[in-house]
Design a protein around this ligand. Structure first.
Ligand SMILES: [Zn+2]
Length: 185
C-alpha cells in the first residue's frame, strides 16, 4: 500500500507494510511499518486484535533477561524510574516489537537526541551520566527497572520474572493515552 508522506507531503511516497503475528500468551497482533522514500520518515505501530485489560508490567533488568520480548503498543507508557526516563504515548510515539535490550537502545537514542537540543552544561552532564548507566545495564554491570503501563492492555513484557498486574483506576487516570478519550460521567 502507498500513502502520502505527512512530513514532506510527497504523493504516494510512503510504502506501508503490514504483517500479523501470533504471540504466545498474548494473542494476534498486527505490525505496520511505513517509510517515505523521499525524506526517509519512518513510522511503525502495533495493533492488538483482541480486547484486553489495562496492565502494568515491571521487570528488574539484568543480564539474564535482556533478550526478554517486549511489545509496546502506541498507547503504552514505558519508563525506567531509576534514571528518570519515560516515554509517553503521543502523535510521535511508535509501537514496536523488540526486546529489553532494544528498549534500552531506544532510550539511549532518545537521550542523545535530547542532549543535542539542550544548551547548558549541567543538563548535558546529566544526559551523559544516563548514557553511561544505560551502557552498564546492557553490559550486565548494573540493574534498572523497566515498567510498561498500557490502559488498553496491548503491551507486554514476556518473561517469567516480569511482574504483571492490573492497572488501578487512579493509575489509568494519570496515564497519557495518546488518544482523545471521552470519560463517562
Ligand atoms: Zn516524506
Amino acid at each position: 500500500m502507498k500513502i502520502d508522506c505527512p512530513v514532506c507531503e510527497c504523493k504516494n511516497s510512503m510504502i506501508v507494510i503490514t504483517k500479523t503475528e501470533n504471540i504466545p500468551y498474548f494473542g494476534e497482533i498486527m505490525e505496520s511499518t511505513a517509510k517515505c522514500h523521499d525524506c526517509g520518515y519512518k513510522h511503525s505501530d502495533i495493533m492488538c486484535l483482541e480486547q484486553k485489560e489495562p496492565v502494568r508490567y515491571e521487570l528488574k533488568v539484568d543480564k539474564s533477561n535482556l533478550n526478554a520480548r517486549v511489545i509496546r503498543s502506541q498507547s503504552a507508557t514505558i519508563s525506567i524510574p531509576e534514571l528518570g526516563l519515560k516515554v509517553e504515548p503521543g502523535p510521535r510515539s511508535q509501537g514496536y516489537v523488540s526486546n529489553v535490550e532494544g528498549v534500552l537502545t531506544r532510550f539511549h537514542d532518545a537521550v542523545i537526541t535530547a542532549m543535542n537540543l539542550v544548551e547548558d552544561e549541567q543538563s548535558k552532564e546529566n544526559a551523559s551520566n544516563i548514557l553511561k548507566e544505560l551502557e552498564r545495564v546492557k553490559n550486565g554491570e548494573d540493574t534498572v527497572t523497566v515498567i510498561v503501563e498500557d490502559p488498553f492492555g496491548h503491551s507486554i513484557i514476556i518473561h517469567e520474572d516480569a511482574l504483571k498486574r492490573k492497572l488501578t483506576l487512579e493509575e489509568i487516570k494519570n496515564l497519557k493515552t495518546g488518544f482523545t478519550v471521552f470519560e463517562n460521567e
